[in-house]
Design a protein around this ligand. Structure first.
Ligand code: PLP
Length: 212
């Protein structure tokens, strides 16, 4: 199946949700195929890879929107602020401080989502659900960040639905309109549970090329 065919199949299931095409490890040509089929929102998980791939594509498609969905190191904060429209992985106060500084320096103002460790897994990034309200206040008051939503990656090999529902309830309680959850294997479940954005890679582009 072509990228265009995959795209129209996925679109048929989206309802009101927005598709973020996860193009990590995919070539610029693959991204161009998706662009030609009308896709405009892309997700990347590494700053350097996105820096190499997207500036020329943006030249041709000025309405392209780029989301960072992978972990962000503080030493890459300025590059990320300069490049991305949305940073979905705000997950600790030190990073909030670093992006705030980068915004002052660059004058760029991306939107942010807070990454929630919805399964409370010790090895995973993200703010614990019970700490989300305090962290949101810190990001807004101390750092003046534009916080627009929440994102999560639920635990593997479990029914994701209860985690998706918990994220949605948390976003509602905090008054945050964007809820980024669901990937290739579970985006339909995520949409049924209230996702406003799904992050789909493999189901759109096919299997990812092996990492170099
Ligand atoms: C890679 C990735 C995705 C997409 O995963 P697929 O299973 O290929 O759809 C979604 N979200 C994050 C955070 C990712 O790193």
């Amino acid at each position: 199946m072509s990228i265009a065919e995959n795209l129209s199949r996925i679109r048929a299931h989206l309802g009101k949700a927005t598709l973020i095409a996860v193009s990590k490890t995919q070539s610029a040509e693959a991204v161009r195929e998706a662009l030609a089929a009308g896709q405009r929102i892309f997700g990347e998980n590494r700053v350097q890879e996105a820096q190499a791939k997207f500036p020329p594509l943006r030249g041709d498609f000025p309405d392209l929107e780029l989301h960072l969905i992978g972990a962000l190191q503080t030493n890459k904060a300025a590059d990320a602020v300069a490049l991305f429209d949305v940073i979905q992985t705000l997950d600790r106060p030190k990073l909030a401080d670093a992006v705030a500084k980068a915004i002052q320096k660059t004058g760029k103002r991306p939107r942010f989502y807070i990454e929630i460790n919805i399964g409370r897994e010790p090895q995973k990034a993200g703010i614990a659900p019970e700490d989300a309200e305090d962290f949101l206040a810190y990001c807004r008051t101390a750092c003046q960040l534009d916080i627009a939503g929440l994102m999560c990656i639920p635990p593997e090999e479990q029914d994701p639905a209860p985690y998706f529902k918990e994220l949605r309830a948390l976003a509602t309680r905090l008054g945050l309109p964007h809820i980024s959850m669901g990937m290739s294997a579970d985006y339909e479940t995520a949409i049924a549970c209230g996702a406003t954005e799904v992050r789909v890679g493999t189901a759109l582009f096919g299997k990812r090329p092996a990492k170099a």
